[in-house]
Structure formats: structure tokens, C-alpha cells
Design a protein around this ligand. Structure first.
Ligand code: NAD
Ligand code: IPM
Ligand code: MN
Length: 355
């Protein structure tokens, strides 16, 4: 078994560096415990890269990403750039495209000790376990854009191949879960969604053990709050997945709890990134919840380094820390980013690792 890996750290903007520092500390503790050698390099992305390197991500940084075993990313974005010609977010989109990271896995799980942090009733949230599989390198995010003072347009394009490859990721994930895929689209209006539906039906034929149903995105947004337990795997396009996953963050109770893995074809490095943004409203205050970044690091061990045992130990460390009351203000506590980092580190090192 390989035991030495190289990780590119891209902390980015706002709370990005704060949560990545916490995640890296936990990774180091876990690596030491499991006798894994991790090497890191840190580069800039987003607003900080625009300021210091003149663009939201440089070609050199993309090269480093391609050469790494995995990328751990914080967040990009800052209000200073809202009106400028260069946007921090463009750096993240370029990175995802450069690595071909077409499948974004966003697991959403209710945590028993956090049921009261959700704005929903406990009985609605208890036991929720949904995996959102979001297409990440196509659709309206990447189509041709026209922008003038009088008129603007964003083109949304999907090809059969793009839909097939992300659909397979969703069906394969469902095989290892409860065996249900809900494909979410807007087929009553959008041509891309009608193609999406046909292709997803075709791919479903390859997975006879998985049940497939379809929901229109407006109804899906409603059911996600009304009865989240009806879902196992949600498969959807780029924009709908972005919106539904922020909505889903209110099931565990905060944006600060949702991790993600952005994966491409086997052999390409994945990007592991919390679902939340740079949270400029709390940056620098010590209030940032690092659990999403720490859980993204666990996904990195599982998906990129092939070490579910290490991932399990980190997840266990997180569960114990949450149960012991290590909660930042967004989940109803008064602990700091550093308090949570130290608690998870302690319990990760104590854990035996549950794969
Ligand atoms: P956001 O996710 O940054 O923040 C939304 C709200 O959730 C804020 O009140 C924030 O304080 C809170 N929040 C988010 N993460 C938190 C955490 N870890 N701990 C505690 N509270 C947390 O979304 P926004 O305010 O709409 O966007 C801010 C900037 O981030 C924008 O520039 C946006 O483009 C960018 N963004 C980046 C990413 C990314 O890098 N993946 C994701 C979303 C938004
Ligand atoms: C996310 C973010 C990004 C997205 C932005 C910052 C490009 O909102 O990762 O969810 O829309 O994909
Ligand atoms: Mn988003």
C-alpha cells in the first residue's frame, strides 16, 4: 500500500485560510497516527491570487494541481472584486475544468448532536442521509456569455457524454447506498433537461439494482425541506446542484457542516472543498466552523488516497467533538475555529479508525 502522498493546499479567501489550517492540522494528526507521509505545497487562488499574481489562478498553480495526488481548497470570493473585470470565482471554475472534476459529491447527513441546530423540526431532520451528485464542469456555468450594459445571456449546453459520465457516478454511489437515484431537472421547460432525462434513463438501464425517479427542480426544492428522508442520491446539473446543496445545508444545520469532493476520471487528482464560501461577514473573527473543511479532508483520504480507515478516524473525531459540545456559533455554540480543530485532532488521534 502506498504511504506517501502530495497534497496541494489552496486556502483562498476570507475564512478559507482559517478552515484549511484546521483541516491540515487534523490531516497531520491522522497521518501520524496511521504512519502516512504527507507533503504539502501551498498556492494562491481567488481574490488573493488576483491581488498578488494578477489572475485568479495561474497556469503554474494549475500545473501543481495536476501533479498533486489531491487538492484541498478553502474558498474563493471577496466583495472587493464584485465590480472588477477579474472575479475570484473564475479561478475555482478554471481549476475544476483543468482537472476535469465533473462530479461533485456533496453528502448531507443529519448529526444527532446537532438536530437542534437545524431550522427544521427534529423529526424531519433525524436520520437524513442524502448524497447530492452535482455535475460540475458543464451547463450554464461554462456556456458562452454575452454581457453588455443593455443585454446579457448565459448559454447552457450539455452533451450526452457529459450527462452519462456524471450519471454513472450517481448510480455507482447508489449501489453502495440505498439503491435509489432521484434525477432533478427542469424538463418541462429546458431542452438541456429533456436530454438529461433521456440520457439518465439510458444509463439507468446499466444499473438494474438501482431505482430511478425524476423530479422537477422546483418540486425537489420543496421535498428537500418537507421530507428529506425520501432521498438517497440526488443527481443534478451544475446550477441546480449549487442551489439545492446550500438549501440542504440546513438539514445538518449550517453551511459549515457540508464537505465535498470534486472528482474526475480515475487517476486525476480530485478537489476537496467545503460547500460554503469565503464568508466575508465572519472572516478573521475566529467564528468560522471548520467541520466542513475537516470532513472534506476525510473525503480526500477516502477518495483520493484510498484510505477509508483514515477517513473513518477523522469522521469519528468529528462526531465525538460535536457530541462533546465543540460547536461554533453557526451551530449554536461559542467555541472558536481553533477550539474545534484541537478537539477533533485529539479525538482523531485517539480513534482506531472505522472504515
Ligand atoms: P458563504 O457560504 O460564504 O456564506 C453564507 C452564510 O453562511 C454567511 O452568513 C456565512 O457567515 C455563513 N457561513 C458560511 N460558511 C461558514 C462556516 N464555515 N462557518 C460559519 N458560518 C459560515 O456565501 P456568500 O456569503 O453568498 O458568498 C461569499 C463569497 O464566497 C462570494 O464571493 C461567493 O462567490 C463565494 N463563494 C465561494 C464558494 C467556494 O469557494 N466554493 C462557495 C460559495 C460562495
Ligand atoms: C460552490 C460555489 C461555486 C459554485 C462558486 C464560488 C464558483 O458556490 O462551490 O458551491 O457556484 O460552484
Ligand atoms: Mn455554492
Amino acid at each position: 500500500m502506498r504511504s506517501s502522498f502530495h497534497v496541494l493546499l489552496l486556502p483562498g479567501d476570507g475564512i478559507g485560510p482559517e478552515v484549511i489550517d484546521a483541516a491540515r492540522t487534523v490531516m497531520d494528526v491522522a497521518a501520524r497516527h496511521f504512519r502516512i507521509e504527507l507533503s504539502y505545497e501551498e498556492r494562491k487562488i481567488g481574490g488573493v491570487a488576483i491581488r498578488e499574481e494578477g489572475e485568479p489562478v495561474t497556469e503554474e498553480t494549475l500545473e501543481k494541481a495536476r501533479a498533486a495526488d489531491a487538492v484541498l481548497l478553502g474558498a474563493v470570493g471577496h466583495p472587493d472584486f464584485d465590480r472588477g473585470p477579474l472575479r475570484p470565482e473564475a479561478g475555482l471554475l478554471k481549476l475544476r475544468k483543468a482537472l476535469g472534476a465533473f462530479a461533485n459529491l456533496r453528502p448531507v447527513e443529519a448529526i444527532p448532536a446537532l438536530l437542534s441546530a437545524s431550522t427544521l423540526k427534529e423529526e424531519v431532520v433525524e436520520g437524513v442521509d442524502v448524497l447530492i451528485v452535482r455535475e460540475l464542469t458543464g451547463g450554464i456555468y461554462f456556456g458562452e456569455k454575452v454581457e453588455s450594459k443593455e443585454k446579457a445571456s448565459d448559454l447552457s449546453v450539455y452533451t450526452r457524454e457529459e450527462i452519462e459520465q456524471v450519471a454513472r457516478v450517481a448510480f455507482e454511489a447508489a449501489e453502495g447506498r440505498k439503491g435509489r437515484v432521484t434525477s432533478v431537472d427542469k424538463a418541462n421547460i429546458l431542452a438541456t433537461s429533456r436530454l438529461w432525462r433521456v440520457v439518465v434513463e439510458d444509463v439507468a438501464g446499466e444499473y438494474p439494482g438501482v431505482a430511478l425517479d425524476h423530479l422537477l427542480v422546483d418540486a425537489a426544492a420543496m421535498f428537500l425541506i418537507r421530507d428529506p428522508k425520501r432521498f438517497d442520491v440526488i443527481l443534478t446539473e451544475n446550477l441546480f446542484g449549487d442551489i439545492l446543496s446550500d438549501e440542504a445545508a440546513m438539514l445538518p444545520g449550517s453551511m459549515g457542516m457540508l464537505p465535498s469532493a470534486s472528482l474526475g476520471l480515475p487517476g486525476t487528482p480530485g478537489i476537496f472543498e467545503p460547500v460554503h464560501g469565503s464568508a466575508p461577514d465572519i472572516a478573521g473573527s475566529g467564528k468560522a466552523n471548520p467541520y466542513a473543511a475537516i470532513l472534506s479532508a476525510a473525503m480526500l483520504f477516502r477518495h483520493a488516497l484510498g484510505r477509508p480507515d483514515v477517513a473513518g478516524a477523522i469522521q469519528q473525531g468529528v462526531s465525538v467533538a460535536v457530541e462533546a459540545g465543540f460547536k461554533t456559533p453557526d451551530i449554536g455554540g461559542s467555541k472558536s475555529t481553533g477550539d474545534v480543530m484541537r478537539a477533533v485532532s485529539r479525538w482523531t488521534a485517539a480513534g482506531e479508525g472505522v472504515a
